[in-house]
Design a protein around this ligand. Structure first.
Ligand SMILES: Cc1cc2nc3c(=O)[nH]c(=O)nc-3n(C[C@H](O)[C@H](O)[C@H](O)COP(=O)(O)O)c2cc1C
Length: 189
């Protein structure tokens, strides 16, 4: 379980898999899947023209990765008080029907638990972006758990290994990840 956005920013280099920071190499791609399935996806900017031509293979793959999970963990920076365009684009592609699916099948999200986390150099930790992200994920029918993690002053929050320096935010990451796992398992049963 666990789907993460990876980008070449300080925030996104600290991708949080449940309870654990993983890879830190700069990229501008989407990482989908769990630690055993670390697949990168290159997604075009969504357009109906592209979609009606040939649904991009990477978008379909990302959607299938989402659909195969019981729970989804989104970790993102904040852009102008909202989500990054990279993340919104990925969410949008994975929301689209393919094959025989109905318009609002939303197989990538419906009935799945989701959790959200952000980090920001600001003292607010990306709170405004998370408010939007929660709303977007609810719109596509994911069940976003109430727990969330904000990491303020992100430029000083991580040590050289990419781990959070302070115990409190680190414990919140673990607690939120565990809660996500619990809700995801309950929903899947
Ligand atoms: C267009 C744009 C808008 C941004 N808006 C915000 C914002 O509203 N709040 C915030 O905390 N950071 C904002 N940022 C900063 C990004 O979150 C930051 O650039 C990103 O996390 C990369 O961090 P780094 O420069 O330390 O690698 C913005 C960055 C860009 C490019």
């Amino acid at each position: 379980m666990g789907v993460a956005l990876e980008d070449d920013t300080a925030v996104e280099r600290r991708i949080v898999a449940p309870g654990k920071a993983v890879e830190q190499r700069p990229r501008r791609r989407i990482v989908g899947g769990d630690r055993r399935q670390n697949v990168r996806h290159a997604l075009p900017l969504y357009s109906a023209a592209i979609e009606s031509g040939a649904f991009p293979a990477d978008a379909e793959r990302l959607k299938r990765v989402f659909a195969a999970q019981d729970g989804l963990l989104f970790v993102s920076p904040e852009y102008n008080g909202s989500v990054s365009p990279l993340l919104k684009n990925a969410i949008d592609w994975a929301s689209r029907p393919t094959g025989d699916e109905g318009l609002v099948a939303l197989v990538a999200y419906r009935g799945k638990a989701a959790a959200i986390m952000s980090a920001s150099v600001s003292p607010f930790g990306g709170l405004r972006g998370l408010i939007h992200l929660r709303q977007i994920l609810s719109t596509v029918q994911a069940l976003v758990i109430p727990e969330q993690v904000l990491i303020p002053n992100a430029h000083a929050a991580f040590d050289e290994s990419g781990a959070l320096k302070d115990a409190l935010p680190a414990s919140l990451v673990d607690m939120t990840a565990m809660r996500l796992a619990k809700v995801a398992a309950a929903l899947a049963s």
